[in-house]
Design a protein around this ligand. Sequence first.
Ligand code: SF4
Ligand code: SF4
Length: 235
Amino acid sequence: MEVYYKVKLDEKINDIEKVESIKKSNVYNLSNIKSNFQYDNDEILTFSLDCNNIVKEKNKIFKKIKHIKNNNINSFQVVVFNYNKNNELHIFDLIKSIKVMLLPTILEKYNYIYDTVCDYLDNEFAYKNICEFKDDKCIAKRDFNCTCGCCRHFKSIFSNEIVQCKYLINKRCSTKCITCKMFTCNYIVKNKKIKFRIKDIFLLRKFLNPVQKLIILISYFTSKEKIIKRLLICR
Ligand code: SF4
Ligand code: SF4
């Protein structure tokens, strides 16, 4: 089965659109992309991806994708051969990786990786109802009085008192802290066996260096803007 995707090159996430058909001129097989890969910026940039063995081949294909460079284009297309719904996560990881390579600026690349991963985490928490909030109390804190809406508190080094994060406004997080989003408490890890690790999130594993990964691991209570700034400094 053959499936087609169109992707726009802006910072929007959730932008991989499945379409009925596409116009093709040259089609570049992702498995054969070379280090000197070039294309014309007036062509409809189209890649092909074979899903047979995608799990085994994913890392190899990613290495090829790293050769793709931006050339002032604003969209691209992908033809997927031997499509299988079970492989959709891998297909999307690779298409998103192409998009990262084709976005024109470093800031756009990091914003896209950051927002895409946050969106994935938000969906996982919502879809799996991980924290099971009821009357503003999560499953792990049912017996406590805290209904503030965020479980990440910290002890002030000055007063030794538990203080709330400055980004918690009206029971909602007013920023997009990827580190907080990846957090699951001991209750969730123990009882639901859910723990989000960098090595399991393809874009983080593949595009960030060890120092950037550490930044993602430790930047609790921090705004998206600050985390992105740290990632850019350490790239
Ligand atoms: S991670 Fe644990 S403590 Fe935090 S909101 Fe979810 S269930 Fe509650
Ligand atoms: S930044 Fe983290 S600790 Fe602060 S409100 Fe948002 S989720 Fe809670």
